[in-house]
Design a protein around this ligand. Structure first.
Ligand code: SF4
Ligand code: MG
Length: 282
């Protein structure tokens, strides 16, 4: 088989895979062509298809931003909430209806900017939610302002002389806050994004995915190429069980490590709430 026909076979298989996941699609995504968010949406389609989650049992909650449009594009219940308030909404849903699969999807501005106060509490409480943070290091929906994950020196609509604030690192924050599943992915690597979304949704507890998702329209500094130049998988001898090592590895800016940093199993907050309710009935 020559390389061209091999490529055609691979693309055919990918199309078939995507078609299989069609049944979970809703409105046609309105993102710019090439936006990193498409990869995550595709990964989500694949995960719900593999887990066979019926739309009536799926709840996707988002805040504001380009990633806030997620709930429109997947069949299920959706809540497009206030800026930065997706986690509190999802917390209420999960505690009231623990049998539902609840996902939070949001951007860097939404998640560690205005919503940054909610993230530590969902993580430390080990709520059984999956939180996917799509990090493009910019406010994309409002056309390119510096965000809490923008690097020092980055020029933007609100930093014409270069960003002077140090960036936050969402992976490190999740680990420091006590999240029980923490992975970092890159939107260029479709299969790995799908694999980690599936794993995160299977995890019992607060699972966090920090996806590096370039904004092709407004961020000319953090691009597919600039990210690709820095990312490497976690070392082969790395095991996802030791938090202090995970934090150290997550802090590296060059190389930027991708993969599963940590996974541990402890009781979830929603299960503890149910136990208290049962106790009070006696
Ligand atoms: Fe994606 Fe950026 Fe376009 Fe928003 S503005 S849809 S983040 S490429
Ligand atoms: Mg952003």
């Amino acid at each position: 088989m020559n390389s061209l026909s091999k490529q055609a076979v691979i693309e055919g298989l990918q199309r078939a895979k995507a078609a299989k996941a069609q049944q979970w699609r809703d409105e046609l995504p309105t993102w710019c062509p090439g936006c990193g968010h498409f990869t995550v949406l595709h990964g989500l389609y694949e995960a719900v298809e593999k887990l066979q989650i019926p739309p009536e049992n799926l709840v996707v909650v988002s805040g504001i931003g380009c990633s806030g449009r997620f709930p429109f594009f997947i069949k299920g219940f959706g809540l497009h909430g206030l800026h930065g308030r997706a986690i509190p909404i999802a917390t209420g849903v999960k505690i009231a209806r623990p049998e539902l699969t609840v996902l939070v999807v949001g951007g860097d501005g939404d998640g560690v900017g205005i919503g940054g106060g909610h993230f530590p509490h969902a993580a430390r409480n080990n709520l059984d939610l999956t939180y996917i943070l799509l990090d493009n290091s910019i406010y994309g929906l409002t056309k390119g302002q510096v965000s809490p994950t923008s690097p020092v020196g980055m020029k933007s609509a609100t930093s014409p002389y270069g960003n002077i604030a140090r960036p936050l690192n969402p992976t490190t924050l999740a680990l420091a806050y006590g999240a029980t599943f923490v992975a970092r992915t890159f939107s260029k690597e479709r299969d790995k994004v799908s694999q980690f979304i599936l794993q995160a949704m299977q995890h019992k507890g607060f699972s966090f995915i920090h996806d590096l998702s370039p904004c092709v329209e407004f961020n000319k500094l953090i691009t597919y190429q600039s990210v690709d130049d820095k990312v490497v998988p976690l070392p082969q001898d790395y095991t996802a069980g030791e938090r202090s090592r995970a934090i150290k590895m997550s802090e590296s800016a060059d190389p930027i490590y991708l993969g599963l940093f940590l996974e541990e199993n402890i009781p979830t907050f929603d299960r503890n709430v149910q136990e208290v309710k049962e106790r009070l009935k006696k």
